[in-house]
Design a protein around this ligand. Structure first.
Ligand code: IVH
Length: 673
């Protein structure tokens, strides 16, 4: 860069940093992520280091925070509230430790490692053990009087406990909002139509700076103490460990996750261990703080430009970042669920580069009102898929349009239907490429067409090799087609082909269930078969007629109507019938031979399975139940029937045997095919 270009950039950075620090500290409404702020800050620090002539007393690098707003009375701190230098890598940490060792003139320095909570620094003044004032950090020299609000924090003692209480004690700590409190608060905000907070830190800051302490009292704020300013009288600590112990004895909350470590290796171990537990902590942390334990050593090290030389913050990679939405894709899952996914300008979040983030479902997308071109906050916690926390509204381009969720499946062009929950689903189940595997697996499953031997691995190969584009293709498979596949031989291939052939003879309820119509499970399939008796009648029914079926409501009716109105689905159904899939003709409801009868099956049948008998009975309009009561019309007893027959006799309920059943069903004598 040219000399004056560097000067111009420095001026620009100062203006940017002033602006963003005002938004962050004074307005509690940041526009950029902490990581982005840190980057700009680091760039300015670097320019000022290499070009001392550009350093200025009013540069944001020369002070701790921004000026407080005027709503609260100013408080001048007895001792300044310092900030911490940051390190981001093992090397930078090793350098910090080396500088400490060189200045102290000895190795193996003892540090206290503490979680660095992402909240708000606070100073609590106790006079003779009584809390008299609480102030925010402000610019480090002057903060704001937030005593009334801090008094509402339940973990903050209004009077110190124990003995040897100091005349004056200025306790330093962090006010924060635990994750659960943050979620509750945002839910309450949403319920009242309020704006949700972007993160726990902003929520804590906003809560502490409430003009009405009764509002603050509703916020589940917490406090951890980690240091001190003026300390006159009482027990005097000589190290950070002692300080924390004494504060705890006085009844002040201190973080139990602290640890005494040696050298930078010890620091690093703590950092890695806490990093692994980070997502399980009840509160948000953005790093670890290491403090030289011995106070005499701390004094010897002193401070430089308002940060102590004896402490450093070791930051974790940011779990949130701000980036642009380049596009919104709609992905179709294997069950036909449509998921909107934001395509992002790549950004580092939590140590990995993120270029996509899920928007979960159309409702979520609409609620967050994410638009192409928007600046959004992206979050990655633990191993979960990155998600969009929210839109930075101030950065929305003027021409950004609300996203229109597609009403056709982006993979197969079939209509999209909403289920009873929040899911949008492709109705082209029988043809949609995205759903092939799942459709075929379901079609062959035991309670559907029950094709023995057609397992998941085989279905996967059939789909991947293009041997089965739809379920109808199964019926054209030859032994030669299958024998070629992995884990198959001539013998197993023959068995599968035979099983497919045998599955042609099925029942209407099984067939309907096998189609995988959204919202249609086994029970609904049976109800539909009973009501309409033929596939043709069902396919011709409109939504109104469908809702006449017991337990079919408007959502299910719509899913069925849309499914059958999709020409591709009809083609596959026609192909299945052409391939010889068939079922016994049923008598429609009202005319069924057993319409309205309640039947109980018990014991082992010789010529058919229990399921087959149930299906056949239901086909005639009967309701099959498990318990015998006075409402039972008759009991079908196979071999070894047990107590149900006795109960039926006691109640005077007729009992028939398998032959009697066959007579009802119009089938011949028992013989399995
Ligand atoms: S010590 C002189 N310990 O981090 C040292 N700070 O940039 C002053 N923080 O203003 C801070 N947890 O808001 C210290 N265990 C901890 C901390 C902690 C969070 C915050 C605090 C401070 C900022 C330093």
């Amino acid at each position: 860069m040219m000399q004056d270009a560097v000067a111009a950039r420095a001026a620009e950075l100062r203006a940017l940093l002033d602006y963003h620090s005002h938004r962050y500290y004074v307005l509690d409404d940041p526009e950029i992520s902490d990581a982005d702020y840190d980057r700009l800050f680091a760039e300015l620090v670097e320019i000022e280091r290499t070009r001392p002539d550009l350093a200025r007393a009013d540069s944001p690098t020369q002070r701790v925070g921004a000026r407080p707003s005027t709503a609260f009375a100013p408080v001048t701190h007895g001792q300044p509230m310092l900030s911490l230098a940051n390190v981001f890598s093992e090397q930078e940490l090793a350098d910090f430790d080396r500088r400490v060792r060189e200045r102290l003139g000895h190795d193996d320095v003892t540090y206290v490692a503490e979680p660095k909570l992402d909240g708000l620094a606070i100073s609590l003044i106790y006079e003779h053990g009584v809390l008299v004032r609480a102030a925010t950090r402000g610019d480090g020299t002057t903060g704001e009087d937030v005593t009334a609000n801090v008094r509402t924090i339940r973990t903050c003692p209004l009077r110190l406990r124990g003995t040897e209480i100091p005349d004056t004690l200025d306790v330093r700590g962090e006010v924060y909002l635990p994750h659960d409190g943050f979620l509750r608060l945002n839910a309450a905000q949403a319920a009242h139509g309020g704006k949700p907070f972007a993160n726990p830190r902003n929520a804590a800051a906003g809560s502490l700076r409430q003009l009405d302490p009764s509002v603050t009292a509703q916020r589940p704020l917490r406090l951890f103490c980690y240091g001190s300013g003026d300390w006159l009288g009482g027990r005097v600590p000589h190290s950070q460990t002692e300080l924390l112990e004494i504060l705890a004895d006085y009844g002040l909350p201190v973080n139990p996750d602290r640890r005494v470590v040696t050298g930078y290796k010890g620091c690093l171990e703590y950092y890695e261990d806490l990093g692994r537990r980070r997502s399980q902590l009840a509160y948000e942390i953005d790093g670890v703080v290491y403090k030289v334990n011995d106070f005499a050593e701390q004094r010897a090290l002193g401070e430089v430009s308002r940060s102590p030389r004896w402490a450093v913050a070791h930051k974790y990679p940011a779990e949130e970042a701000v980036t642009r939405v380049l596009g919104i894709d709609v992905q179709v899952g294997r069950t036909g669920a449509l998921t909107p996914v934001a395509v992002l300008a790549p950004v580092a979040v939590g140590g990995v580069v993120v270029s996509h983030a899920t928007l979960h479902n159309p409702d979520e997308l609409a609620r967050k009102d994410v638009r192409v071109g928007d600046a959004v906050t992206v979050r990655r916690a633990g191993d979960v898929i990155p998600e969009i926390v929210g839109v930075v509204r101030d950065l929305r381009p003027d021409d950004a349009q609300p996203f229109r969720f597609p009403d056709r499946c982006p993979v197969c062009g079939s209509p999209v239907v909403r289920d009873r929950g929040v899911v949008a689903r492709c109705a082209g189940g029988l043809v949609c490429q995205a759903q092939r595997r799942e459709t075929i697996r379901h079609f062959a499953s035991r309670r559907a067409l029950d094709i023995v031997g057609l397992g998941d691995k085989l279905v996967e190969q059939l789909v991947d090799r293009g041997l089965a584009k739809t379920v109808a293709d199964l019926f054209a498979l030859t032994v030669a087609d299958l024998a070629d596949l992995d884990h198959m031989g001539e013998r197993s291939a023959t068995k599968v082909v035979q099983a497919i052939a045998a599955s042609r003879a099925t029942t209407l309820p099984r067939f309907l269930y096998a189609l995988g119509i959204p919202e249609v499970g086994e029970a609904t399939a049976r109800a539909l078969a009973q009501h309409f008796a033929s596939l043709e009648a069902l396919m011709a029914a409109d939504e109104n007629e469908l809702t006449a079926v017991p337990d079919v409501g408007p959502v299910v009716a719509r899913a069925i109507a849309v499914f059958f109105s999709e020409p591709h689905n009809r083609e596959v159904i026609a192909a299945l019938q052409a391939a010889g899939v068939h079922w016994p003709v049923l008598t429609p409801t009202g005319g069924g031979a057993l319409q309205g009868k309640t039947v109980v099956l018990t014991g082992t049948l010789e010529g058919m399975t229990r399921d087959e008998a149930r299906e056949a009975l239901e086909g005639l309009g009967a309701k099959v139940t498990s318990g015998v009561s006075v409402r039972t019309d008759f009991v079908v007893a196979g071999r070894d029937p047990g107590g149900k027959v006795e109960r039926a006799r006691a109640l005077g309920v007729p009992v028939i045997d398998e032959q009697g059943l066959r007579a009802w069903l119009g089938k011949g004598p028992a013989a399995r095919d």
